[in-house]
Design a protein around this ligand. Sequence first.
Ligand code: CP3
Length: 359
Amino acid sequence: MSRPKNDTFLRALLKEPTEYTPLWLMRQAGRYLPEYCETRKRAGNFLNLCKTPSLACEVTLQPLARYDLDAAILFSDILTVPDAMGLGLSFGEGDGPRFARTVRDEASLAALHFDLDSLRYVFDAVTSIRRALAGRVPLIGFAGSPWTLACYMVEGRGSDDYRQVKTLLYQRPDLMQRLLEQLADAVAAYLNAQLDAGAQALMLFDSWGGVLEHDAFLRFALPASRRVLAQLKRHDASGARVPQILFTKGGGLWLPDMLDSGADMLGLDWTMDLGRARALVQDRVALQGNLDPMVLFASPEAVAAEARRVLDRFGRPQREDGSWGGHVFNLGHGINQHTPIESVQALVETVHRHSRGLR
Ligand code: CP3
């Protein structure tokens, strides 16, 4: 049951005592880093970068070489799963993802076939990254939630109004449920394969859960995420616990509903107050978040002040009775590509320093 040298992230996630609040950043390997842009250029394009394990490994490690982050996250994308279902993914220069085919009716749903073996490049990347990390910090594996993947598969691309996917949901709820169930089983198999390859925590990104109305979130998105989490292995081959994280953008109000999702930690965007969130979940799960990524465009002093505020809102992790709540510091969504790199340095230093004082 070997844990990494720096296991602060895993300890916070499992609500064990820690000396400071660990942090990592969503999209920590990305275009705000000049070295990422350089490697991406060598790869030719973003998908080649994802599909070449040695390059995916290289960019995963880049933010850790610069900053004292407490976890690494596999470099890949959530859309590899619909790609492996035959939808034909591409990323045009300067614009977002596109699928050659969409899923909007019986026939296109029936045509989906998930080929887990075609994702071997992801599992190979996980194995190389684990080896390269040499136990320095834990490695997070991830996937998109069924609902968030369905958004891209039905729309065929990113969307502002989710018109197609919501049309399907209201018009053919039966088809939507079948799509979500099929996706949940594929995503579970995919995450378990990442665990077998060496991932030490698993995160489900429900980036678009928050675009649903209350009842639809509870009827479609949440049960589909729960179906994924219920199928995940909880330990690796050595017997080490592999904790699970569920991030729902815009999901703050649903925290009480997500308590029994199966996740050990719930991720929050910046709209939720961490103190209020903690009161809602009563430390039954750990919380991850939730600095507004745009704070990083302010001065290093302002970044430090906002980071301290987030930590203070969560409060002292240790409770009156001696048990611990868990907080992993993160942004409320992915880091913006234009972020000044000095801001990240100020953030990392402040989170580590200030959180020691909260113990
Ligand atoms: O966090 C990390 O460092 C790991 C890597 C990671 C990427 N995408 C790399 C990426 C992770 C965890 C993701 C998840 C992802 N991908 C999500 C869920 C998280 C979220 O942001 O809500 C979503 C919705 C996607 C789909 C996706 N991928 C979109 C919409 C885009 C285009 C938007 C953009 O930022 O350009 C991507 C591309 C993408 N995925 C990039 C990176 C670093 C930028 C691509 C590039 O280098 O050109």
